[in-house]
Design a protein around this ligand. Structure first.
Ligand code: NAD
Length: 484
């Protein structure tokens, strides 16, 4: 059986305290994960600190860039290993993992390596009161040891989205992957050693959140900054830990995103777009659309068309040809999603399609399967419409005016993303301005130039990453003033 060990200071560290890693497709055990305790976290943080002052800190930018390019190339060389590991951990269909997760995982190293070669800073020559001059300039330095705490929905992609810029900026990292998806972070340790990234630069500690590796790591005084992707309530706990020592945080948190479809839209594109935004990755995407508002003249036609598409999704083994729909990540998450399916029914929702558990063939019945589901008819106050479900489901409601739909879309504590479908450029720009979100797509979803800012408004996050915005978090900007 595969054992997932901690990767600390370039070595594989077993702890003897193991927990099971399960494949959500059939609930089979695929590996044993060695849980890190306080002692392993101490060692990992110390190793990361030592590497800062050691060979890593002495590299030129070009040498660092070459290593990060090497990491990306090695991920691509071992593409099939990463793909198999990610698929086993998550049950994602092969087409999705091979087109999104692994390529983006590798690309994150190159994108930020490219960026670091052209770091803008400012410099001013200033007159001084004594009729002299001074030169005032900024220098960016690494923050130090960065704790990277990751979720399970896009394990490699979201981890490297943090590790890439952190390392490009000259920091070292201690990564805590989700307990549900330990595989690709562990595999990346092999890549780091193969490519020659100095020991201690990239460390991985396994475990859970509270009273485990996640809490120990984020509370560790040797950690200089914390970047976290996950649930808003976990963000609150981590922020409390970060308050000790006044350490900066970058948070990408939950969402309850609206999809808004105007009557003048390209109808087929809108149906296809919402089908993706609500159901891709079995709805387990922070940017996903769980609330859909459709302008009344096309409402019924849209509900019917979306239902047709959703009924065509094919659950199955990730490698089977024709599989377009995977399981949820775990039995625990399945229970949570199904509890919302129950709530919707109890509140009198019209179940347009789905609403339960699919009839899976022998061998897959123990997997974390649920049906992709569309509801209509719930009041805006329903928990199904207000709370993040993080499953393959959406509620569709009609709207009449632009003003009305803006109020509805913004009536949520979250503010991560929105997707708007219209042919009217003025409407599009007005929506982009009015919707209180970190990213507003017009006639698109999950599309972004990686140089632009990413993050959430309101309870969906703190800070922005992407392009130069990542620099703000992963570097300290020092001001040097030289009297000439
Ligand atoms: P989660 O918050 O349950 O767990 C995320 C990570 O935090 C895991 O590694 C977990 O072990 C760790 N953790 C849990 N409690 C902790 C604690 N007290 N201290 C330190 N670490 C702790 O989230 P999840 O279920 O893995 O992921 C799903 C959530 O992530 C959804 O809410 C989703 O919206 C959000 N998400 C947001 C984005 C974004 O970019 N905004 C991206 C992906 C996922």
């Amino acid at each position: 059986m595969t054992e997932f060990k901690n990767f600390i200071d370039g070595e594989w560290v077993a702890t003897g305290r193991t927990f099971e890693d399960r494949n959500p497709v059939d609930n089979s055990v695929i590996g044993l994960v060695h849980e890190a305790g306080q002692a392993e976290i101490d060692t990992a943080v110390r190793a990361a600190q030592a590497a800062l002052d050691g060979p890593w800190g002495n590299l030129t930018v070009q040498q660092r860039v070459d290593l990060l390019y090497g990491v990306a190339d090695e991920i691509n060389r071992r593409f099939d290993d990463f793909l198999a590991a990610e698929i086993a951990d998550t049950g994602k269909p092969h087409a999705l993992a091979s087109h999104v997760d692994i390529p983006r995982g590798a690309a994150n190293f190159k994108v930020f390596a490219d960026m670091i070669r052209n770091v803008p800073t400012e410099s001013f020559s200033m007159a001084t009161p004594d009729v002299g001059h001074a030169l005032n300039y900024g220098v960016r330095t690494p923050r130090g040891v960065i704790a990277v705490v990751c979720p399970w929905n896009l394990p490699l992609l979201l981890m490297t989205w943090k590790v890439g810029p952190a390392l490009a900026c000259g920091n070292t990292v201690v990564v805590k992957p989700s307990e549900e998806t330990p595989a690709t972070a562990t595999l990346l340790g092999e890549v780091m050693n193969k490519v020659g990234v100095p020991k201690g630069v990239y460390n991985v500690v396994h475990g859970f959140g509270p009273d485990s590796a996640g809490a120990f790591l984020t509370a560790h005084p040797g950690v200089n900054a914390i970047t976290f992707t996950g649930e808003t309530r976990t963000g609150e706990a981590i922020m409390k830990a970060a308050a000790n020592g006044v350490r900066p945080v970058s948070f990408e948190l939950g969402g309850k995103n609206a999809g808004i479809v105007f009557a003048d839209c390209d109808f087929d594109a809108a149906v296809a777009g919402i089908a993706r935004s609500a159901f891709e990755n079995t709805g387990q995407v922070c940017l996903g659309t769980e609330r859909v508002y459709v302008q009344r003249p096309i409402y019924e036609r849209f509900v019917d068309a979306l239902a047709v598409r959703v009924r065509s999704l094919r659950p199955g083994r990730p490698l089977d040809e024709g599989t377009t729909f995977g399981p949820l990540i775990s039995q625990e998450h399945r229970s949570k999603v199904l509890s919302y399916y129950e709530k919707a029914r109890a509140e009198g929702a019209v179940v347009v399609t789905g609403g339960g558990v699919p009839d899976m063939p022998a061998g897959l019945q123990a997997g974390a399967w649920v049906e992709p589901t569309i509801w209509t008819g719930l009041p805006e106050t329903s928990p199904v419409i207000r709370e993040e479900i993080f499953g393959p489901c959406c509620h569709i409601a009609p709207f009449d005016t632009e003003a009305e739909v803006v109020v509805k879309a913004n009536d949520t504590p979250y503010g991560l993303a929105a997707t708007v479908w219209t042919r009217d450029a003025a409407v599009a720009h007005r929506m982009g301005r009015a919707l209180d979100v970190g990213i507003c797509w017009i006639n698109a979803w999950f599309l972004r130039d990686l140089r632009t800012a990413f993050g959430g408004a309101k309870q969906s996050g703190i800070g922005r990453e992407g392009g130069v915005h990542s620099l703000e978090f992963y570097t300290e900007l020092r001001n040097v003033c030289v009297k000439l």
